[in-house]
Design a binder for this molecule. Structure first.
Ligand code: AMP
Ligand code: MG
Length: 485
């Protein structure tokens, strides 16, 4: 199957991007190709798993019909507005249509300098590339909307970071790469014609129903908010901490994007931060819904010129939509955490019971993932040993259990089923991820492959891999994660 590109983004006006020539990459070698994803895209692994594929997916050579561009965007980074960011080390290779008609971007991260590189070298290195591959694929297997990894390609270069590292490129697939920051880019330039084009394009591609609304910009904002509320609630449900929720890292499509210093929490603590660059804890676990709300308010502001009427009335209308975020999020949170305790249709009164359990977990310094999985197994088998041990430091668990079982009633099988599908046994634990990356740096990809295979079935019982459920042992815990850019 040939690679057929549809370059709709490249048809937008010039301000949206800069055209990009092929990169000077000395020796591209395919390190890891995601065969299943290539098949899903209708590309066929055979098209890519060769020297041509390595050249295409690193940016060393462009396939016929591709019209690669570096996309322009702005963004708030840790609350500070930067009017021009853009693809400084990335490239939109083009769009492909999957056999089911869905349009996807193929995007290369680490393919070299662009017009947006500022001081950077435009490159990426092996560790962060494999990290994004692993965590993105784990998220996909967890059922959480995300960009996907199509390939990791070695460039044959040595790239200097803290120390010399093998250069690499990640080819990733996304519903699109339009970000909150893309809207901000045109808003801050007061290029309202381009802003209008961007809105029309984003609506057509992601929220076609908004086109026929009274005020498409308001309907679009509401639709983006609904997806972000659902997304962040799903993150919270698996203990995921994005780490860099800047407005340029929030996709309009509602997919998780830009895996940098992200991490999954081990011990449950709402204040958990891993990212070494997040000194103030702005993007701590429990802050994520608030930050999503704040980011969406920035999107709303950028949409102001596209809402008809007096500016004040338009601003009020946008504010009215944005103000709906907490309620949207609370509903999604309740649905996610309700399932985690076996309630397929939780009621608002159930919120207190969920919060009480989380408080017990915090008191006991319980491992977030393991506690819910043990609770699931306890309900399934009526053996309460493991969960009691996990929450031993929280003696009120016996009371909680009593309330919970009363709430579940007789039909425990249904509750167990909900819980098995909502409480993963296997998440990309930081110490396992680090071990996989370290082995890969030493030329051994087998640890990565093994971990990837385990994470592709996160909800399944895998007794042979039980060790991968375990939290880090003493001295194994990863304290901080790095962007590696
Ligand atoms: P990120 O924090 O990865 O979301 O990136 C923020 C901004 O920095 C984006 O505009 C990136 O393109 C840019 N950037 C990150 N790393 C590099 C690099 N090595 N070279 C050039 N630009 C970069
Ligand atoms: Mg980014």
């Amino acid at each position: 199957m040939p690679l057929t590109f549809h370059n709709t983004y490249a048809r937008l006006p010039d301000q949206f991007f800069s055209h990009q020539p092929a990169a000077d990459i000395p020796a591209p070698v395919m390190l890891k190709l995601n065969q299943a994803l290539a098949d899903r895209l209708g590309i066929g692994a055979a098209t890519l798993d060769n020297a041509n594929g390595a050249a295409f997916l690193s940016g060393a050579a462009f396939p016929e019909g591709a019209e690669p561009v570096a996309m322009a965007y702005a963004g708030h980074q840790f609350g500070n507005f930067v009017p021009q960011l853009g693809d400084g080390r990335a490239l939109l290779l083009g769009e492909v249509l999957a056999p089911d008609g869905t349009r996807f971007d193929i995007h290369l991260k680490g393919s070299g300098r662009t017009q947006f590189s500022r001081g950077g070298d435009g490159k990426a290195v092996l560790g962060p590339v494999l990290r994004e591959y692993l965590i993105g694929e784990a998220m996909a297997a967890l059922g959480i909307p995300t960009t996907r990894a199509l390939a990791a390609v070695l460039t044959g270069e040595t790239v200097w970071r803290e120390e010399p590292e093998p250069g690499a490129v990640l080819a990733r697939v996304a519903a699109s790469h339009i970000r909150v920051g893309t809207f901000q880019f045109f808003y801050v330039r007061q290029d309202f014609e381009a802003l209008r084009r961007l809105l029309d394009y984003a609506i057509e591609r992601h929220y076609p129903q908004a086109a026929s609304a009274d005020v498409p910009a308001l309907a679009f904002l509401g639709a983006v908010m609904a997806r972000q509320a659902a997304l962040v609630a799903r993150w919270m449900g698996v203990g995921f901490i994005h780490g860099v929720m800047n407005t340029d890292n929030m996709a309009i499509s509602g997919e998780t994007i830009d895996y940098g210093p992200c991490a999954f929490m081990d011990i449950y603590d709402p204040g958990t931060v891993y990212s070494s660059i997040d000194q103030m804890g702005r993007y701590a676990y429990a802050n994520q819904p608030r930050i999503a709300h704040w980011n969406l308010a920035q999107l709303a502001q950028s949409l102001l010129p596209l809402v008809p009427g007096e500016p004040e009335a338009a601003a009020n209308a946008l504010q009215g939509v944005v103000d709906g975020f907490p309620a949207l999020y609370d509903g999604e949170w309740l649905a996610v955490f309700g399932r985690k305790i076996g309630l397929a249709a939780p009621a608002p009164e159930d919120q207190a019971m969920i919060e009480d359990l989380l408080a017990l977990m915090a008191d006991a310094k319980a491992d977030f993932t393991l506690a819910f999985r043990h609770l699931t197994r306890a309900l399934a088998t009526d053996n309460w040993q493991d969960i009691e041990a996990t929450l031993a430091a929280a003696p009120d668990f016996a009371d909680w259990r009593h309330r919970w079982l009363a709430r579940l009633g007789a039909d425990r099988a249904l509750a167990v089923k909900a819980m098995v599908g909502a409480n993963p046994a296997f998440i990309p634990r930081n110490h396992r991820v680090e071990a996989a990356l370290q082995a890969a740096r030493n030329g051994d990809l087998s640890v990565f492959e093994h971990l990837l295979a385990i994470l592709s079935r996160p909800y399944a019982e895998q007794p042979e891999n039980a060790a991968f459920e375990a939290p880090p042992g003493p001295g194994e815990a990863v304290q901080a994660t790095f962007c590696g850019t």
